[in-house]
Design a binder for this molecule. Structure first.
Ligand code: NAD
Length: 497
C-alpha cells in the first residue's frame, strides 16, 4: 500500500517540498504526516510553509507578474487548456491520490478531476473573450478605452473537501485574467494540490506564475494580508475564516472574494415526485459523506408526506455501502478526520436530546478491522428536527439527513430563509410555476429546481448573506481578478492628411 502511494506521487512528479518558481524547494516551518482518512495509514509527509516561504513565493509571483500579464490572452488560455488536457490524461492517478488523501469514493474523485479540468478548459476559453469597450466621450475628438486589467498577485486559499476543484476554480480564473498567484491548499489535503505544480509546468506555465504552499491557515492569512503586493485574496472556507481574512485585508485594502459556508434548504413541495426526490436527496446528501457546502442541510417535508418519503428513502439508505473509497461499490467514505466526526456526533446527540427521532443508521462499515482507525460516521436520518436545534442552524458537514416538517408553502419559504447563510437551495415539485416562485423567494446564490447539482464551470456560483462575496465560474469568475481601467484619450485621426 505504502508503495502504491509512493508510485502514484512519483508518477505525478511529486517530490518533497513547496512548489516555488517552478520546482519543489525545501523549506517549511513544519513537516506533517498525511494520512488516509479511511484507514489511518500514512500516505506521505508534506511540508507546511512558514512566513519566510511565503515571502519567497510572493517575491516570485510579483516578479513574474509583468511578463505573464503581457502575454496575449489567447496564449495564457492555451496553457490552461493544455492543463485541462493533461488532467484528463492523468485522470485515474489524480483521482486515486484524491481518494487516498481525502477519502471520497473513487467514482466521486474521478468526477472531481473532470470538474476541476472543466474550469481550466472554461477559463482557457474565457481568457480570449476578456474584452473591454470603447465608450463615447462628451467632447468631440476624444474617447474612453475601458478594459479589464489583472489586479496583480492573488492569494488563493482552499479547503479539503474538493481540494482539486476548489483550487482549479481559483487558479484557472486568476491565471486567465493575467494575475500571478500563491495558492494555499488545505493542510489536510496538500498532496493533490502540490502535484498540480509539475502538471501546470508541463502545460507550459512559466516558472513563478503559480506557487503552491500548503500551510496552517493563520500563517497564510498573515502572509497575504501583511503584504501590499497581494491585491486579491480569494478564499473557499468557513464564514469565520472569511471574517478573519476580511479584517486583515482592510489594512492594505485588498480585494476579497469569498465562497463560505451554507445551510441549504431542500424544499419538497406537496406535489413533488417522491421517487425522484428520494433518489436525488440520497445522492446529494451523501456526496463527499455530506461534507459539501451546497448539500441539503435542512430537508423541509410537508407533514403529510413524511411517511411516504421515508418509505422510499429507507431502502436506498440501507443499500448504501460505507467504506474505503477505493473499494468497489463504496458510496460513502469517511469524514476528513476524527475531530470532524466528533463534531457531527455532537450535533446528532444534541438533536436527539432535544427531541429529534433517530429514524435510521447505516453501520455496515463496522466490524471491518481495516477500517477501525478510519474516521467514519454512520449515515443517519433524523426526523422531527426543529429550526432552533443546532443541527438545523449550523452546517452538519456529515452524512446526516435532517428532516423538518412544515404546514404550508409560505411557512416553508419563511423558515428556509431564516438563516444568516445563503449559498444554495433546492425545490422539488411538479407544478413548475409554484416551484419557480419558491425558487425566486429563496435568499441564496443558486437554486436547483428538480435538480440536485446545478453547478458547472459556465455558471456563476457564490453566496449571499454570510455565505460569501463574489462569484466563481461563469463569465463572472475571471472578473474577480480584474480591475477596470479607463484611458480617456484623443480619438485616432488622420490629422492633417
Ligand atoms: P476553514 O475555513 O477552516 O479552512 C478553509 C481554508 O482556510 C483552509 O485552507 C485553512 O487552512 C484556511 N484558513 C483557516 N484559517 C485561516 C486564516 N485565519 N487565514 C487564512 N486561511 C485560513 O474551512 P474547512 O473546515 O477547511 O472547510 C469547510 C468549510 O468550507 C465549510 O464551512 C464549507 O461550507 C466551506 N466551503 C465552502 C464552499 C463554497 O464554495 N462556498 C465550498 C467548500 C467548502
Amino acid at each position: 500500500m505504502a508503495d502504491r502511494h509512493a508510485e502514484l506521487l512519483s508518477g505525478l512528479g511529486f517530490s518533497q517540498g513547496l512548489w516555488i518558481e517552478g520546482r519543489y524547494r525545501a523549506g517549511g516551518a513544519e513537516t506533517i504526516q498525511v494520512a488516509n482518512p479511511a484507514t489511518g495509514a500514512a500516505i506521505a509527509q508534506a511540508q507546511l510553509a512558514g512566513e519566510a516561504d511565503f515571502r519567497l513565493a510572493l517575491d516570485g509571483a510579483h516578479q513574474a507578474f509583468g511578463r505573464w500579464r503581457s502575454e496575449p490572452n489567447a496564449a495564457r488560455g492555451e496553457v490552461l487548456k493544455r492543463a485541462a488536457a493533461l488532467m484528463a490524461a492523468r485522470r485515474q492517478e489524480l483521482a486515486e491520490l484524491l481518494t487516498r488523501e481525502q477519502g471520497k469514493p473513487i467514482s466521486q474523485a474521478l468526477a472531481e478531476v473532470d470538474y476541476a479540468a472543466s474550469f481550466f478548459q472554461w477559463f482557457g476559453e474565457e481568457a480570449r473573450r476578456l474584452s473591454g469597450r470603447l465608450q463615447p466621450h462628451p467632447q468631440r475628438g476624444r474617447e474612453y478605452r475601458v478594459r479589464p486589467v489583472p489586479v496583480g498577485v492573488a492569494g488563493l486559499v482552499t479547503p479539503w473537501n474538493f481540494p482539486l476543484a476548489q483550487g482549479a476554480k481559483k487558479v484557472a480564473a486568476a491565471l486567465a485574467a493575467g494575475c500571478t498567484a500563491v495558492w494555499k491548499p488545505s493542510e489536510f489535503t496538500p498532496l493533490v494540490a502540490l502535484v498540480m505544480g509539475p502538471l501546470l509546468k508541463a502545460a507550459g506555465l512559466p516558472d513563478g506564475v503559480l506557487q503552491i504552499l500548503p500551510a496552517r491557515g493563520p500563517v497564510a492569512g498573515a502572509a497575504f494580508t501583511s503584504d501590499p503586493r497581494v491585491r486579491c485574496i480569494s478564499l473557499t472556507g468557513s464564514t469565520n475564516t472569511g471574517r478573519a481574512l476580511m479584517e486583515g485585508a482592510a489594512r492594505h485594502l485588498q480585494r476579497v472574494s469569498f465562497e463560505l459556508g451554507g445551510n441549504a434548504p431542500f424544499i419538497i413541495l406537496p406535489d413533488a415526485n417522491l421517487d425522484a426526490v428520494a433518489a436525488d436527496l440520497v445522492t446529494l446528501k451523501l456526496l463527499c459523506a455530506g461534507q459539501v457546502c451546497v448539500t441539503a442541510n435542512r430537508v423541509f417535508v410537508p407533514a403529510a408526506l413524511e411517511e411516504p418519503l421515508l418509505k422510499r428513502l429507507l431502502p436506498l439508505w440501507h443499500a448504501l455501502r460505507v467504506g474505503d473509497g477505493l473499494a468497489e461499490g463504496t458510496v460513502v467514505g469517511p469524514l476528513i478526520h476524527a475531530q470532524a466526526r466528533g463534531r457531527v456526533r455532537g450535533l446528532v446527540r444534541q438533536a436527539l436530546d432535544a427531541g429529534a427521532e433517530l429514524v435510521s443508521e447505516n453501520r455496515c462499515h463496522e466490524g471491518n478491522p481495516a477500517l477501525a482507525a478510519g474516521s467514519f460516521f454512520p449515515p443517519t436520518i433524523l426526523g422531527g428536527v426543529r429550526d432552533e436545534m443546532p443541527i438545523a442552524r449550523e452546517e452538519i458537514f456529515g452524512p446526516v439527513m435532517a428532516l423538518l416538517s412544515y404546514g404550508d408553502v409560505p411557512e416553508a419559504v419563511r423558515r428556509a430563509n431564516s438563516t444568516p447563510f445563503g449559498l444554495a437551495g433546492y425545490v422539488y415539485g411538479r407544478d413548475l410555476s409554484l416551484a419557480n416562485a419558491v425558487a425566486d423567494e429563496l435568499e441564496v446564490g443558486i437554486v436547483g429546481v428538480n435538480e440536485w447539482r446545478p453547478l458547472r464551470a459556465e455558471i456563476p456560483f457564490g453566496g449571499v448573506k454570510y455565505s460569501g462575496l463574489g462569484r466563481e465560474g461563469g463569465e463572472e469568475g475571471i472578473r474577480e481578478f480584474c480591475d477596470m481601467k479607463v484611458v480617456a484619450t484623443p480619438t485616432p485621426s488622420l490629422g492633417g492628411l
